[in-house]
Design a protein around this ligand. Structure first.
Ligand code: ARG
Length: 462
């Protein structure tokens, strides 16, 4: 089936000339909204069953519509559906094909609804399914982080502030920080799902319909938690898509930070981790190169997800009630965000458990930046020195270390004890990296035992 003439359009009745050819292409959305076909058909099946339930359609008409729509679905899925730009969008394409197949009953399907409530319903159904797939991928990435955190609960690396060596932490603790961010992203997604899963159908064009529809009946068939309570709002607002894009932007912001760390850690200067070859690429000119493309790309893709959020916010802000054609522009940013989130999560969930840790390099780095200076200050405080005085004492010891190229733990007792009379031989116990991390033994601290407990709690909750 191919329709090139505007007189085939379902709304052609009041028009006196065909649509300008370029306008037809400019205003069509079928090129991108055909990805809603499955949910459009599901929505139509439920609508037809509801119309039959309330006596607007006969059982025979309903059976014909159901069989016809299933045939259309099969045609689309085996690539035998001829999408027509003249029919604008996924909705009119499917309806026209249905009518070709079953005749007059096909023309009755649109009774008591409009493309305005239809499209709002389709997007919500589609987004709900995508949210459920994304939720699974977040959990898969989280579970990879837990495995890595447990495996490396004792591996010490420098923790940074200002990207300067600050205090030693264990790698597992660092991974659990990413786990926590994803936990909040997951809960944002679930929160968004509640507001996505409300049904616009029944709002019709904008004011509702004069047919005796049963919206609860349709909502139940489609698995919606409820119905939109105002028809004008139902067909016009896309805040649920904006909310999803805000979730996506926050998730990708987190993944971008994670990516940035992986890129830094994989560099020759840090050399903390090895990313498996299958997640990297080489250079066409420099034979020695192994580039961390996956985290770099995820970091780069964050930009488009931020852009989509801004697109949708801007799309919405100037619109008077109710539906406006502007809303057709909601789809591409939303779809792009969904694709980007799914792809980024998938590749990270595959890659993260395969990250290899270079223990000696991380430990050497932790030893080289006076990372136990705070521990020395705490030692002085425990022995009666006021914290501000302790801070100054340690500062002097660090200055000596810089001049003599020695870490605090590498200094002799004579060198250290000249700075304070309370420094005794036992000072070396707190100056080791292991002593430093083990001392932070409270919920949220970096002690390996606390990290293992955090992993166990997280596993139970996942
Ligand atoms: N393709 C349109 C969209 O994506 C469907 C709704 C069209 N409604 C209308 N009154 N022209 O928003």
């Amino acid at each position: 089936m191919s329709r090139d003439s505007s007189s085939d359009k379902p709304w052609a009745g009041r028009f006196t000339e065909p649509t300008d050819a370029f306008v037809e292409a400019f205003t069509a959305s079928v090129g991108f909204d055909k990805r809603l076909y499955k949910h459009d058909i599901d929505g139509s099946l439920a609508h037809a069953r509801m119309l039959t339930h309330v006596g607007v359609l006969t059982e025979n008409e309903c059976e014909a519509i159901v069989a016809g729509l299933e045939e259309v679905r099969a045609d689309i899925e085996r690539g035998a559906f001829d999408w027509s730009v003249a029919l604008e969008d996924v909705h009119m394409n499917i309806e026209a094909k249905l009518t070709d197949k079953i005749g007059i009953a096909g023309k009755k399907l649109h009774t008591g609804r409009s493309r305005n409530d239809q499209v709002a319903t389709d997007i919500r159904l589609y987004l709900r399914d995508e949210i459920d797939l994304i939720a699974v991928e977040i959990k898969r990435l989280q579970s990879g982080l837990l495995d890595l955190a447990e495996r490396e609960a004792d591996a010490i690396l420098p923790g940074f502030t200002h990207l300067q060596v600050a205090q030693p932490v264990v790698f597992g603790h660092h991974m659990m920080a990413w786990f926590e961010m994803l936990k909040r992203d997951y809960s944002r997604l679930m929160d968004c799902r509640k507001r996505v899963n409300v049904m616009p159908l029944g709002a019709a064009a904008l004011a509702g319909t004069s047919y005796p529809i049963d919206r609860e009946f349709t909502a139940k068939l489609l698995g919606f938690d409820g119905v939109c309570e105002n028809s004008l709002d139902a067909v016009s607002d896309r805040d649920f898509a904006i909310e999803f894009c805000a979730f996506a932007a926050t998730l990708l912001m987190h993944m971008s930070r994670f990516s940035e760390e992986l890129v830094i850690w994989a560099s020759a200067q840090f050399d903390f981790i090895e990313l498996p070859d299958r997640f990297c690429t080489g250079s066409s000119i420099m034979p020695q190169k192994k580039n961390p493309d996956v985290p770099e790309l995820v970091r780069g893709k964050t930009g488009r997800v931020f852009g989509s959020l801004m697109s949708l916010l801007t799309l919405m802000k100037g619109q008077p009630l109710a539906y406006n054609k502007d809303n057709q522009e909601d789809k591409e940013p939303l779809f792009d965000s969904i694709d980007t989130v799914r792809g980024s999560l998938r590749v990270f969930a595959d890659m993260v458990p395969a990250i290899e840790i270079k223990h000696e390099n991380m430990e050497r780095a932790a030893l080289s930046g006076f990372s136990t200076a705070t521990d020395l200050a705490d030692y002085l405080v425990r022995n009666g020195v006021a914290f501000r005085d302790a801070h100054e004492v340690v500062g002097k010891a660090v200055r000596l270390g810089v001049e003599t190229s020695k870490d605090l733990a590498e200094m002799s007792f004579e060198e250290l004890s000249q700075f304070s009379p309370v420094i005794k031989e036992d000072v070396f116990e707190v100056l080791t990296l292991q002593g430093s991390v083990a001392a932070r033994d409270h919920i949220g601290g970096t002690a390996p035992s606390q990290v293992r407990a955090a992993v166990a709690r997280a596993r139970a909750a996942l």
